[in-house]
Design a protein. Structure first.
Length: 503
């Protein structure tokens, strides 16, 4: 009964958020669901034969109503004063609330606006603005850091959807809205007017990250240094667009995004290093390290989800309790969606991260049982099974989002993932050597250089093969839903056969 109630809460809440994200449902429907929930609960008091089912239905309905209310409260609304200046040059002051996103042609800076400056250059008047997020698109080499007080001047715009590939459209306004960004300041000039306005813990983590990346760039040449930055701290833009396209073509881009795979490797290392200490100290070190990693990523949804899963697993080991992985995933997803409901529908990274984890949980064990011919040496069987499992779950969504089907994803992952844990460890050593020894760190960084070069060579080799990736035209979301129905149907058949074999 407890498990059914848990899934009623999880399913009901997510359905409520999902429905309200796509359809402008009013509070009248919320009231109707609450009324139905109360009716089911009252019926359960008098019908003992159907009590359990009615209680589950009542809980699911009330959870669905709560999901709708939570999504309604998360709707991002702009400022009336700022909206009157859309399409016009403006001068704003504010605080940088996340690490600037350095790209090949510009720097994108998320600021929380505090004042709108109007008037002439000699008689500017300041108007206080409620906390509103603005994405400032500034020129390359703009020297701005997290926590800076800034003054920005540019043309104020509303973000607009744009076409991607093969007829697909990306909902850019809602993608930015999930981060609290309602406006874009394009062609902007920005200057720092003060420092140290950010969270001290995040400032420290970002500073450590930048020192770490500086050590990598000192010890390693490009593109190996960029790849090392990606696999260790999730700085995927360090690999550049050209190499990034190669990794995307063979479905290896996930290794340069801080995921559960990378965090699990870190946890295993920390456990081995501190295994001589009492269990409380071991798990405290693990939890602290994971939280610090998330801070360095700026709280990216995929990293937060992966860290949450990891921390729950750490708690399970520390308390010697048994947790079912699927329930853990459900609880984490509901927690993150309750924190920010826009993640569910408007954050592709969050969606892919959750589906990949779901694939690992549901499909890795049965696939592993059916590939006994793959040797376990160097974790080959685990890599093979987990790669197939994740590809099965994320493929329909990937095809729906970008239409890129990677023909050689499986062999590319099989050959590359063998080296990733060792490359991560060697890259950390190289970064430390770079920070200490400077340009004399190259001999110490040679193992990292060799492993990173191997991974890049694998990606380039498979990407260079004929028809390495195939473009699929845009299709309806109903086809994607049908694909997932077939996938879960396949899982049900596999489980049914397994149960029949045990009898």
């Amino acid at each position: 009964m407890g498990a059914r109630l848990l899934w009623a809460i999880i399913g009901g809440f997510l359905v409520g958020v999902f429905a309200r994200s796509l359809i402008p449902l009013g509070f009248s429907l919320v009231g109707f669901l609450v009324l139905l929930s109360a009716t089911a609960a009252l019926r359960a008091l008098f019908d003992q034969s159907k009590r359990r089912a009615l209680v589950v239905i009542s809980v699911a309905l009330i959870a669905c109503a709560l999901g709708m209310v939570r999504m309604e409260s998360a709707a991002l609304r702009g400022d009336s004063e700022l909206s009157t200046h859309i399409g016009s040059p403006v001068v704003l002051t504010g605080v940088v609330v996340s690490e600037p996103d350095v790209r090949e042609t510009n720097v994108r800076i998320h600021i929380e606006v505090t004042q709108l400056l109007t008037g002439t250059s000699t008689t500017l008047s300041a108007t206080a603005v409620p906390s509103v997020g603005i994405l400032v698109v500034a020129p390359m080499h703009t020297d701005i850091s997290y926590g800076d007080m800034v003054r920005a001047e540019g043309e104020l715009e509303l973000p607009e959807p744009f076409d991607t590939t093969l007829g697909r459209q990306f909902n850019y306004p809602m993608f930015l809205a999930k981060d609290g960004i309602a406006y874009v300041l394009s062609r902007a000039e920005i200057e720092s007017t003060g420092e140290n306005q950010g969270n001290i813990f995040q400032s420290t983590a970002i500073d450590v990250k930048q020192r770490f990346l500086g050590g990598l760039r000192t010890a390693l040449p490009e593109p190996e240094a960029g790849l090392a930055s990606g696999i260790t701290v999730g700085d995927k833009r360090s690999i550049g667009k050209e190499l990034g396209d190669v990794f995307i073509a063979v479905s290896l881009i996930h290794i340069v995004v801080l995921s559960g795979y990378n965090i699990t490797i870190v946890i295993n290392w920390i456990r081995r290093v501190f295994q001589f200490l009492p269990r409380l100290f071991q798990y405290s070190a693990i939890a602290s390290s994971v939280l610090f990693i998330v801070l360095m990523t700026g709280g990216a949804p995929s990293a937060t989800r992966a860290a949450s899963m990891s921390l729950i697993a750490v708690f399970a080991r520390a308390t010697a309790r048994t947790f079912i992985a699927l329930r853990i995933l459900g609880v984490v997803v509901v927690g993150m969606v309750a924190w920010n409901p826009l993640f569910l529908v408007y954050d592709p990274g969050f969606q892919l991260s959750v589906l990949a984890t779901l694939g690992l949980i549901l499909f890795t064990p049965p696939i592993s049982e059916r590939i006994q011919w793959v040797p376990e040496k160097c974790g080959l069987r685990e890599i093979f099974a987990s790669t197939i499992a994740t590809q099965i779950m994320v493929l329909p969504l990937l095809l729906y989002q970008n239409g890129l089907f990677s023909i050689f994803a499986l062999p590319a992952n099989l050959f590359a993932l063998i080296a990733v844990p060792y490359a991560m460890f060697a890259s950390i050593i190289a970064a430390i050597a770079g920070m200490i020894a400077g340009p004399f760190a190259l001999p110490i960084a040679m193992p990292a250089l060799a492993l990173l070069h191997y991974i890049i060579t694998v990606a380039k080799f498979f990407a260079s093969l004929p028809f390495a990736s195939v473009s699929i035209p845009a299709f309806s979301a109903w086809w994607m839903a049908a694909a997932y129905a077939c996938i879960f149907g396949l899982l049900w058949i596999m489980q049914k056969r397994k149960n029949a074999e045990k009898i």
